[in-house]
Design a binder for this molecule. Structure first.
Ligand SMILES: *Cc1c(COP(=O)(O)O)cnc(C)c1O
Length: 516
């Protein structure tokens, strides 16, 4: 029953037609799937069919059973988490990639796969202004594609651990500690769990806009060392997930210089692609990255126009990676590998096999060009500025942290009184959620109407009632906030204005309901 080439041609054209219809109808769909948990088990049998089925039926069931259960990340009103990129160039590249399904672990598996990745990683390094020290064409460093920023950080940690243990004979694994902050992505704790290593999260707060300072890092290193622990890996973030904070790499740079055996990994999973714009490089501390990062990661698959997954990892010392990860049994040996004339990417990541991701990066970078890529980033920032201006004029909404690129974190306040302002601007109290109640009470606002209570009420209304946009929430040191993350390719200014109107409408309803 399986498809032959001509049947594939027909079904393939039909699939492309359906995908085009999907994009045409996207805006009419609710952003978030309107199904209950377990919905699919009611539509699909509990066992595979004994006999093969007609592909037409299978394709029809995709529309009937699967599409209703999709949350539409490419919807122009998707502002949750960070939107994932989806471009037609990327889709087509994925189609070709599927057609040559090959695991690319050694150069000879498909020389084109390895060589294209080597080249486009250098293109990407130039796009972001990364130093030549990180480039594959250089002598020591290099870059390759990973599935995700979490895996990139894990790989960097493995290389760092190996390098540190080599340099410090006799250190026990249980003494090693990873250093990050309370705003670092969960990838730090996950790396710690996977590797069985301790993680120290330095508390950062609103007084520094949730960014790590050099003095805090110096103190944490001294404290950990005092306890007999060995800090070996620091994760600094450019553009944190909650609020887009940028750790103070100018200061961190000085501290790291005093500890050259600690590996500094820079996680710029979301914001890193904005380095493509020269005017943003100072603010995103590119010079510092180039001067001190041992490894750097950003995701093209968030704001960077390349369909999931496409995470980039660059290292200053590729031997640190391959020394940690190169395991070569006889069956993986090749004459080119033995001669050392080729890159075998199996030694640069966790698995043996890898997808041919460089094709979509190549298609996208060629189709958009550097200027087109920059225009996309600038569009997101300009749209966010529109949102910020609207929030600043709103009677009920206030920024909860400085806006960052295309991300704004905001909350609801009880109207525009001086008291209310001071409530919001008060540095948040502690990590205990809803402690804001205490501040609010001292500011004379009834406990039931504190910004945290109001913002949660607003969030519940948006989540329960509004299928026409999707936002997510976060907690910044106990302060409950909403995040709007702009950057989906199809989002236009009108969608951002509409999102604001919806939020304001619901905030007005909350105000009325709670009588403020
Ligand atoms: C999204 C994000 C990550 C995790 O991304 P994955 O690629 O899904 O692992 C890590 N760090 C930051 C700052 C992020 O915004």
């Amino acid at each position: 029953m399986s498809m032959d080439i001509e049947e594939f041609r027909k079904a393939g054209y039909a699939a492309i037609d359906q995908i085009c219809d999907y994009f045409y109808s996207l805006e009419e769909k609710p952003v978030v799937a309107q199904v209950e948990p377990g919905y699919l088990a009611k539509l699909i049998p509990q066992a595979p069919p004994q006999e093969g089925e007609k592909f037409e039926d299978i394709a029809a069931d995709y529309q009937r059973c699967i599409v209703p259960g999709l949350t539409h990340w490419s919807h122009p009103s998707f502002f949750a988490y960070f939107p994932t990129a989806c471009t037609f160039e990327g889709i087509i590249a994925d189609l070709y990639t599927s057609a040559v399904s090959n695991p690319g672990f050694n150069w000879i598996c498909s020389p084109a796969c390895t060589e294209l990745e080597v080249i486009v990683m250098d293109w990407a390094a130039q796009l972001f202004g990364l130093d030549a020290a990180f480039m594959n064409s250089g002598r020591a460093g290099g870059g390759c594609l990973q599935t995700t920023a979490s895996e990139s950080a894990l790989i960097a940690a493995v290389a760092a651990r190996n390098t540190f243990m080599d340099a410090h004979q006799g250190v026990r694994l249980e003494d090693l500690v990873i250093i990050c902050t309370t705003q670092t992505h969960s990838l730090a704790l996950k790396a710690g769990r996977v590797l069985g290593l301790a993680v120290r999260a330095i508390e950062v707060g609103p007084e520094d806009a949730y960014a790590l300072r050099g003095s805090q890092l110096r103190k944490a290193i001294a404290e950990e060392t005092g306890k007999g622990r060995r800090p070996f890996f620091i994760i600094a973030t450019i553009g944190t997930t909650s609020s887009g904070a940028v750790d103070n790499l100018s200061e961190i740079r000085e501290v790291v210089r005093e500890h050259p055996d600690i590996w500094l990994h820079v996680d710029a999973a979301w914001a890193g692609v904005a380095l493509s714009c020269p005017e943003l490089r100072a603010q995103l501390l590119l010079d510092e990255v180039n001067a001190v990062a041992y490894s750097f990661c950003t995701n093209f698959h968030k704001w960077g126009l390349v369909n999931f997954d496409c995470s980039t990892l660059w290292v200053r010392d590729r031997l640190a990676l391959t020394r940690a990860l190169d395991v070569t049994p006889e069956f993986l040996r090749t004459k080119e590998g033995d001669a050392g004339t080729v890159t075998d990417f199996r030694n640069w990541h966790l698995a043996l096999g890898r997808r041919f991701r460089s094709l979509k990066l190549w298609f996208v970078l060629r189709s958009f060009g550097v200027e087109g890529f920059r225009a996309h980033i600038r569009k997101g920032i300009a749209q966010n500025n529109v949102f910020v201006n609207l929030v600043e004029k709103s009677p009920y909404l206030r920024l909860a942290a400085p806006p960052s690129l295309a991300l704004t974190v905001f909350r609801m306040v009880p109207g525009w009184t001086e008291e209310a302002k001071s409530v919001v601007e008060e540095p948040s109290v502690s990590s205990a959620a809803d402690k804001a109640v205490t501040i609010a009470a001292s500011g004379g606002v009834a406990e039931s109407k504190t910004p945290n209570v109001l913002t949660r009420a607003l969030w519940e209304r948006l989540e329960r009632r509004r299928g026409d946009l999707y936002l997510t929430q976060t907690l910044l040191n106990g302060v409950f906030c909403l995040r709007i993350a702009i950057g989906a390719s199809r989002t236009q200014e009108e969608h951002v204005r509409r999102a604001f109107a919806i939020i304001e409408e619901e905030a007005t309803a909350v105000a009325k309901e709670l009588d403020i």
